[in-house]
Design a protein around this ligand. Structure first.
Ligand SMILES: NC(=O)c1ccc[n+]([C@@H]2O[C@H](COP(=O)([O-])OP(=O)(O)OC[C@H]3O[C@@H](n4cnc5c(N)ncnc54)[C@H](O)[C@@H]3O)[C@@H](O)[C@H]2O)c1
Ligand SMILES: O=C(O)[C@H](O)CS(=O)(=O)O
Length: 314
């Protein structure tokens, strides 16, 4: 069996995969499409993250392919109908990085409320501006969660402990769901969530229905002090509208772990506003999450290659 890995995987996953066949691992292969198309010609398995476009072109080139392993949960870079048409299985790291993403959301809320990074920069300049960095408590503030799946539920659970008031909007989750009844999330309309929340955290997949879900109209409804946090996918918040809203102080700022075009280009206008805090798609990137992710995907890919039933499939 030939297993081609096009993006970052942890060593425990590599070790497991070596039991199933010849592993070709190049974490930057995703960025060299011509070489990638050549390498997958006789591949039985391809393992990717979010950058490799698994589309008709790639699937067409990989005529031997049995399985695509996704080292994460977002499947927006994989043409699922095309894989089904070719009877190629897709396995993914269901829930493996959810706790890490939930903790990232708290890092963003605490950074916004206690000015940690800005105060550190200032002290390193030799200053001691205590009053300037007076913060605010997150206790008692309103946190709006857009999308109430696995990650949002882990955020909601932790938010209870911090005394946050959690509002939730997800048209696909019934009012009888435990997220409303046991996790203390209050079911609201998108409009209510936008107008009342101090922090708004996005937890939806990127689909036709969620593209530009938050644009100028939605930002108009937000509090002028509120922060947007996006650890789901670029494209869900309209970036031009965000830059304008932050520049005109219509909202407080934003924490973006994901952007439409990754990696970021030096000319990206988002870099011009310091109230837009950017991280390089690291919300799910912790040692613990990546050990889990790599093990789970390696095992699931292995099952398919051995003709067994995989569990984390689409
Ligand atoms: N930054 C990172 O490192 C990182 C890591 C993991 C996941 N993610 C992203 O986070 C996303 C969410 O992950 P998850 O595990 O919570 O997914 P999930 O499938 O468990 O939950 C997604 C939720 O979004 C809801 N939803 C869909 N369309 C909606 C809409 N228009 N409005 C409101 N809600 C809507 C669904 O009903 C579902 O409850 C992933 O799709 C992925 O793109 C990013
Ligand atoms: O969807 C995910 O799990 C993530 O965005 C993290 S990664 O897989 O792209 O690294």
């Amino acid at each position: 069996m030939k297993i081609v890995i096009t993006e970052l995987i942890w060593p425990n996953g590599l070790e497991l995969l070596e039991k199933y066949g010849d592993v070709e691992y190049d974490p930057s292969l995703w960025s060299d499409r011509a070489t990638l198309l050549e390498k997958v010609k006789d591949a039985d398995a391809i393992i990717v993250r979010n950058q490799t476009q698994v589309n008709e072109e790639l699937l067409g080139a990989a005529s031997n392919l049995k399985v695509v392993g996704r080292l994460g949960v977002g499947l927006d870079n994989i043409d699922i109908p095309a894989t089904k048409k070719r009877e190629v299985k897709v396995v993914f790291a269901k829930n493996a990085n959810a706790t890490s993403v939930a903790e990232y959301v708290f890092s963003a809320m605490f950074d916004a409320s206690r000015n940690l990074s800005k105060a550190n920069d200032d002290v390193h300049l030799g200053n001691w501006n205590r009053k300037q960095f007076t913060g605010s408590e997150i206790c008692g503030k309103k946190l709006g969660l857009i999308g109430l799946g696995e990650i949002a539920q882990r955020v909601a659970k932790r938010a209870q402990a911090f005394g946050l008031d959690v509002l939730g909007y997800d048209p696909f989750v019934s009012k009888f769901d435990f997220v409303y009844n046991e996790l203390g999330v209050k079911q609201v309309s998108l409009e209510e969530l936008l107008s009342h929340s101090d922090f708004i955290s996005m937890h939806v997949p990127l689909t036709k229905g969620t593209k530009d879900l938050i644009g100028a109209k939605e930002m108009e409804q937000m509090k002028s002090t509120a922060y947007l946090i996006n650890s789901s996918r670029g494209g869900i918040i309209n970036e031009a509208d965000l830059l304008e809203a932050v520049t005109l102080s219509k909202i407080g700022g934003a924490y973006l772990d994901v952007i439409e075009q990754e990696p970021i280009k030096p000319t990206n206008p988002l870099l011009t506003n310091e109230k837009i805090i950017l991280t390089p798609h690291i919300a799910g990137l912790t040692e613990e999450a990546q050990v889990r992710t790599s093990e789970l995907v390696a095992e699931e890919v292995g099952k398919v290659l051995e003709g067994k039933q995989a569990l984390c499939t689409v």
